[in-house]
Design a protein around this ligand. Sequence first.
Ligand code: AMP
Length: 300
Amino acid sequence: MGIIVVGTVALDDVKTPFGEARDALGGSATYFSLAASFFTDVAIVAVVGQDFPPGHLKYLEERGIDTSAVSILDGETFRWSGEYGYDLNERETLETRLNVLEKFDPKIPERLSNTELVFLANIDPMLQLSVLDQVENPRLTACDTMNFWIEGKRVELLEMMSRVDIMVLNDSECRELAGEPNLIKAARKIREMGGPDSIIVKKGEHGALLFTGAKVFSAPAYPLESVFDPTGAGDSFAGGFMGYLAKSGETGESAVRQAVMYGTVMASYCVEQFSVERMSSLTWDEIKKRYEELKELTRF
Ligand code: AMP
């Protein structure tokens, strides 16, 4: 089973207490696809501007990622800048420049329209909906979003989330979307608002909760001594999560729980270095090793 992902391919400016990166390769689809590519075939649906360094697309292709549905339009690439304080769970967005994203009209090539797994990474919900309209009976669909869209495109977001099987979002987004501070109540409320039955709430260094119907599964984060740049952790989590489901060919409860653990592993590696650097040196043996360590960590 392969995956098709729609999301941003971006140039990021990121500042953390440990350093800063300018014009770094980023974006929700970038992080997602790099993480998922360790498990399965991934195709990106996205847009970049004329200023996007061709070497970045080449890099994704060399990782085995299908970039044939990445459009290059006149104008500048989507740009995001953010800053983290010593509490790396807290991030401030300094600027979001949509640029070519504003005129993007995604077209799914015929040969990708029957891809079994579809991930709607963080991007304008209008674009997420457009992709949903173009895929034929996918086996599993999941989505992410962000405060930017919760605040700016709520109506479209509510429609989009009523059409997916799984929603993956972080704790602050979950609270904001539901207007409810308690995460358990918030997840229930999101369901009542028309959202999917399965909701995964990421809590940064405090792990993740998977709500499925009345059941809750709690996954710890991998305890890391040094975190350099949390950017992309959520997207890498989603990439590992969907990637594992694609690889296993299963979507039952047990597979979904294991997928949460693989998501946790991929997020933990992503944050060890700036931008996509750690993903570039990562090996499958390292992924397996951390997965086994997580098993041991939660055994009692
Ligand atoms: P994460 O840390 O997993 O939330 O993902 C961070 C990535 O999301 C960065 O590389 C940004 O380029 C991208 N990003 C930031 N804001 C947005 C937005 N409003 N829509 C889509 N992607 C975004």
